[in-house]
Design a protein around this ligand. Sequence first.
Ligand SMILES: C[S@@+](CC[C@H](N)C(=O)[O-])C[C@H]1O[C@@H](n2cnc3c(N)ncnc32)[C@H](O)[C@@H]1O
Length: 354
Amino acid sequence: MSSAQMPLIDVPLPALAQVERYPRMRYMGSKYRLLPTLADVFQQVGGRTALDPFSGSGVVSYLLKAQGYAVTSGDYLNFPVTLTKAACVNQDLRLSDEDVEGIVKGGNRDGRDFIQKTYEQLFFTAADLRFLDAAWSQIDTLTGSKRQLALASLVLAAARKQPRGVFTVTGLRYDDGRASLHMPLAQQFVNCVDAWNVAVFEGERCRAVQGDVSSAESGADLVYLDPPYAPPRDDNDYVKRYWFLEGLANYWDNGTAAVMTDTKTRKLPKRPTAFGSKTTIAAALTDTFEKFRSSTIVLSYGSNAVPSLDRLTGMLRDVKGSTPEVIELQHRYHFGTHATAARREAVEYVVVAP
Ligand SMILES: C[S@@+](CC[C@H](N)C(=O)[O-])C[C@H]1O[C@@H](n2cnc3c(N)ncnc32)[C@H](O)[C@@H]1O
């Protein structure tokens, strides 16, 4: 029996067991390893509504939903919003075997070829690129949660097939021998549909909105803030790493996106955010704390980032009127090559400001 036909589980799983079902995706700064700590903190905070305005891979929004919160997720990129629409907003729809067959075998409905033309010989195989155009032409006939599930599956398949999951390099320069790098994208897609189907469960009503944190609605009982960490050197730009997924989630804005045709990878332009630089992040954090001052703020931050923990807790104390609680966890970033990963061993903070 494929997952599409699995009976809906009507007995809620404990939150951490439920979150095991969330499909894994390599994502810079994702909090998979901190989930047990976050689950404890969220449980102690309590409340009914939660906001996760930097949702990224979506795994923390999913945990919050599994803990019984009505969650509003957001991200300034569109593909993370696709993921939370599929797994959090969606309460009970799954893709059936017929849906999947239509997408994989239905052919190219309208002859579109933007992806093949733009990324030929840069990413994936010719057959993979043909599949992406054809699959999109089929997905365009779907609406609602089925569409989001199909797009989330396409995004996850592309991320899993790309070495290290980032689109800063072309070809297989970092081929580490994983089977997923060589599996045809169509097969990868079918596997990813299974993975998202299994993740669907019924909880409180959730929402997902694309936008800058400054435009997110305030007033939730709990606000989980996981902004990009501003590194003292280097950059933390998400578009630089994931632009292909960003394009794929909306078919490069129906083929109108500002592809940088003079770049080797035909990438999309970086998208500036105040959280992207050590010179603007402190003010951006202060504004964000002010905006959510009436909520319990739970903030994730890292010791190798700017501003320092002292400064952060000072800023939160100024806004909230009391000193926040700090939980420290050793954390080795699984991101980057072996050598850089070792350098990135750091303390991860969870700061709780009631
Ligand atoms: C550290 S990641 C979040 C990781 C997430 N908690 C997880 O576990 O996967 C930060 C996210 O913030 C998003 N982001 C960056 N600047 C933003 C802004 N100004 N407003 C909203 N989202 C932003 C990025 O696209 C990225 O997905």
